[in-house]
Design a protein around this ligand. Structure first.
Ligand code: NAD
Length: 428
C-alpha cells in the first residue's frame, strides 16, 4: 500500500492535469493554472499571556485572479501546511468559476491551535497576519473569510487592523463579519444550505423523493449543522453526525435511528464543537467510533468535516443503499476512493460545486459591504438558491452530454472559464 503522506496540493494538481488534458489546454496555460500566481509566507511574533513570545507561521496563497479579486478563508490549525493552503486556494478559483461569480481563488492559514490560545493571543495573531499582507489584500485584490477554527470575531479584528493601516473604512475587505458590522444575513447557514440545494436538485434528477431518504453526516460544524437542518426541513431523516472530541483526541459518530435533532446537539456541544457523549447517550443516541458515519445504511452521505476522509480503505465500507454523496468539506474524497465510488454508480456532487454556497454568500456580503446597503435574509437565500441551482444544472447537463463524472464536468466548466479569462486579459 502507498505510505506516502497525503498531499492535498498534489491531488489538486493531478485533478487539474486530468481535466486540462481532456480540454486540450496548451502547455503555458496548464503551467499558469496548475500553480498559484502569488504566495506570501511570513512569521507572526506574538507576546503571549505569560509574558513570553511565540512566533507563528502564516500564509496567504493567491492562486488566480483573472476573473476578479481572490477570495478564500483563513484557517487556524495546528497541522496546517502550505500545500494544503495551495490546494484550497486552487479549489477556490474553480469554486468561484463553477458558480459563475466574478472572483478568483485564494486561501490563508496560520499554524496554531486556538484551543490553547486566549482571545487576546488570537487577536494578536489576527492583527499580526494582516500587518504582513495589508498591501497585498483588500476589496479589489484579495478578500479573506473565516474557515476552520476562525469566525466573525477574528474577521473583525482583521478588518480593524486593515482599516488602521490603510486609513478608512473598507467593509468589503473581508467577509464572514457579524451581522450589524457589515455581515450578511444568511451567511451562517449559506454553505450548509447550499449543500442541500444541490442535494435537492440531484435527487430530483435521480428521481428520488427526498422525504423518503436517510442521511449520514460527518462533522457537526458550520457546514454540517445547516445541511442537516435544511435536509430535515425538506423532509429527509438525518440519522448520524460525527465530531472531533478534543479531550479524547479522537472522533465519534452519534447515531439515532429515529432521526437526530440538531438543536439537541447544539445544546450539548461546547465552543469547539465537541458533543458531550454522556448527554448524548441520555438523549438516546448511540456513540460509535468516528469513522462509523461512512458505514451507515443511508441514501445520502455528507462528508462535511475535513479533507481526505473517504479513502481507498474505507470507501468499500459504504453501504449499498447509498445513492448520493454530497461533498460538504473541501477535498474529502481521495482520488482512489473516487474511482470506487464511480464504479459503484453512486452520484457524487463534487466539493467545489457542493460547498460553493459559502463563497457565493461571501460574494453577496462583499457586494452589500461595498454598496453599504444590506439585503433581507430572504433575498440572500433566494439569490443563493438561484446561483447554486444554476451551477448544479450546468454541471449535470455537461456531465450527461460528455458522459463524464460530475467532478470532471465541474472542473471542465470552471477551468475553461478561468483559462478564457486569462486569454481575454492577454496573459497567455
Ligand atoms: P467547523 O470547524 O465548523 O466544523 C468542523 C466539524 O468537523 C466539527 O464538528 C468537528 O468536530 C468535526 N471534525 C473535525 N475532525 C473530525 C474528524 N476527524 N472526524 C469527524 N469529525 C471531525 O468547520 P466547517 O466550517 O463546518 O468546515 C467543514 C469543512 O467544510 C472544511 O473542509 C471546510 O474547509 C469546508 N468548507 C467550509 C465552508 C464554510 O463556509 N464554513 C465553506 C466551504 C467549505
Amino acid at each position: 500500500m502507498d505510505t506516502k503522506p497525503f498531499n492535498a496540493f498534489e491531488m489538486a494538481q493531478k485533478q487539474f492535469d486530468g481535466v486540462a488534458e481532456k480540454l486540450g489546454l496548451d502547455t503555458a496555460t496548464r503551467e499558469l493554472l496548475r500553480n498559484p500566481l502569488r504566495e506570501y509566507h511570513f512569521s507572526i511574533p506574538v507576546r503571549m499571556d505569560d509574558g513570553g513570545y511565540l512566533v507563528f507561521k502564516g500564509f496567504r496563497v493567491q492562486h488566480n485572479d483573472a476573473r476578479g479579486p481572490c477570495k478564500g478563508g483563513i484557517r487556524f490549525h495546528p497541522h496546517e501546511t502550505v500545500d494544503t493552503v495551495r490546494a484550497l486556494a486552487m479549489w477556490m478559483t474553480w469554486k468561484c468559476a463553477v458558480v459563475d461569480i466574478p472572483l478568483g481563488g485564494g486561501k490563508g492559514g496560520v499554524i496554531c491551535d486556538p484551543h490553547n490560545l486566549s482571545d487576546r493571543e488570537q487577536e494578536a495573531i489576527c492583527r499580526g497576519w494582516v500587518r504582513q499582507v495589508a498591501w497585498n489584500v483588500g476589496p479589489v485584490q484579495d478578500v479573506p473569510a473565516p474557515d476552520i477554527m476562525t469566525h466573525g470575531q477574528h474577521m473583525l479584528w482583521m478588518l480593524d487592523e486593515f482599516e488602521r493601516i490603510r486609513g478608512g473604512r473598507f467593509p468589503g475587505f473581508i467577509t464572514g463579519k457579524p451581522v450589524g458590522m457589515g455581515g450578511s444575513l444568511g451567511r451562517t447557514e449559506a454553505t450548509g444550505y447550499g449543500v442541500m440545494y444541490t442535494v435537492r436538485e440531484a435527487m430530483k434528477e435521480l428521481g428520488i423523493d427526498i422525504r423518503k431518504t436517510i442521511g449520514a453526516f460527518q462533522g457537526f460544524g458550520n457546514v454540517s449543522q445547516y445541511a442537516v437542518r435544511l435536509f430535515k426541513e425538506y423532509g429527509g431523516t438525518p440519522i448520524s453526525v460525527s465530531c472531533w472530541d478534543q479531550a479524547d483526541q479522537t472522533s465519534y459518530t452519534f447515531r439515532r435511528e429515529s432521526g437526530i435533532d440538531p438543536d439537541e446537539f447544539v445544546a450539548m456541544t461546547d465552543k469547539f464543537g465537541t458533543i458531550d457523549k454522556d448527554k448524548a447517550r441520555k438523549a438516546g443516541y448511540e456513540v460509535l467510533p468516528g469513522d462509523a458515519w461512512i458505514e451507515q445504511e443511508a441514501d445520502l452521505l455528507v462528508p462535511a468535516a475535513l479533507e481526505n476522509q473517504v479513502t481507498a480503505v474505507n470507501a468499500p465500507k459504504i453501504h449499498k443503499r447509498v445513492k448520493l454523496i454530497a461533498e460538504g468539506a473541501n477535498g474529502p474524497t481521495a482520488m482512489e476512493a473516487d474511482a470506487v465510488i464511480r464504479d459503484r454508480g453512486i452520484f457524487m456532487i463534487p466539493d467545489f460545486l457542493c460547498n460553493a454556497g459559502g463563497v457565493t454568500c461571501s460574494y453577496f456580503e462583499q457586494v452589500q459591504s461595498n454598496m453599504n446597503h444590506y439585503w433581507s435574509r430572504e433575498e440572500v437565500l433566494s439569490q443563493l438558491d438561484h446561483k447554486m441551482t444554476a451551477g448544479f444544472k450546468a454541471v449535470s447537463d455537461l456531465a450527461r452530454k460528455k458522459n463524464v463524472t460530475m467532478r470532471d464536468a465541474a472542473y471542465m466548466i470552471a477551468i475553461s472559464r478561468v483559462a478564457e479569462a486569462c486569454r481575454l486579459r492577454g496573459w497567455i
